[in-house]
Design a protein around this ligand. Structure first.
Ligand SMILES: [Zn+2]
Length: 267
């Protein structure tokens, strides 16, 4: 008999935003061009026994350099959830792009879980090409190498269970070693797709986001995510402002800052 899986809460922290247009977000552009802003998130998975931070966002300095509108430090924002940064022991990195792995230095007691293929690519021969290299901050990548030498990076090759009800799934395409996170919640299995699908529309209309390492893998990862999630309403894209509109804030003071993804979305 299988034991009943624990139910986790999931919080999305919106920490930055930028204006953009529809044509910026789809391979081949979009015939109906118009505004399509991009939000930036980190996610927190809270279980009865363990807490997992999923991605760490970027710093105010990186935001200024890349002209993103920085709203709040994603690590400081953990305190809204009564989590001290020094208490975080497990960070899942979906991939190593600058908007997902900055701030690692603010988590002194964390171990970082990522796919070996991701760091192999980011330290490999093709990172020299600006098309790929632009998505990484070299200091983030060097920082991960240092953390690995300090014994604080857990690397995987493929799908893995981190805890009962929290599993990592290899879903490459946007990057070489991207992983998504499946979490068991009160409403079933939710998949944090991160940049395997930046927007709902990428996966729903099978149109990959414009930044891509392998377009064929991207399509396969769309289908894998659909199999992993209990329904299309259980898939959380990585950058879609609709997430903030569809899910409730955990309390009125956290409106527009944090939403709960283990709650049912508004339809
Ligand atoms: Zn990315």
């Amino acid at each position: 008999m299988t034991e009943k899986l624990p139910e986790y809460k999931i919080f999305a922290i919106r920490y930055a935003t930028r204006d953009a247009r529809r044509a910026d977000h789809f391979v081949g552009g979009d015939p109906h061009d118009g505004p399509m802003p991009m939000d930036y998130f980190t996610w927190v998975v809270v279980g009865p026994e363990r807490v997992f931070l999923v991605d760490t966002g970027f710093t105010a300095e990186t935001a200024a350099r890349r002209k993103r509108q920085f709203l709040r430090c994603p690590i400081e924002s953990l305190r809204h959830l009564r989590i001290e940064p020094g208490e975080v022991t497990d960070v899942i990195l979906t991939h190593l792009h600058y908007d997902h792995v900055g701030n690692f230095h603010k988590l002194p007691n964390a171990h970082f879980h990522l796919q070996e293929r991701e760091i192999a690519f980011a330290t490999g021969r093709q990172a020299r090409y600006p098309y790929f290299g632009h998505g990484f901050e070299v200091e983030d990548i060097v920082g991960m190498v240092r953390l690995n030498f300090a014994g604080r990076v857990e690397m995987y090759n493929g799908d893995v269970e981190l805890a009962p009800g929290v599993t990592l799934h290899f879903a490459p395409g946007h990057t070489a070693g991207l992983q998504v996170v499946r979490v068991h919640t009160q409403r079933g299995n939710v998949v944090l797709a991160s940049d395997a699908s930046h927007y709902y529309e990428n996966i729903q209309t099978s149109r990959p986001f414009i930044a891509v390492v392998d377009i064929a893998d991207t399509f396969d990862s769309f289908r894998k995510i659909e199999r992993l999630a209990d329904s299309s309403h259980h898939i959380i894209p990585g950058h879609d402002p609709l997430v903030m509109q569809q899910y409730p804030a955990p309390s009125p003071v956290l409106q527009d800052i944090i939403v709960r993804l283990d709650a049912d979305p508004a339809r």
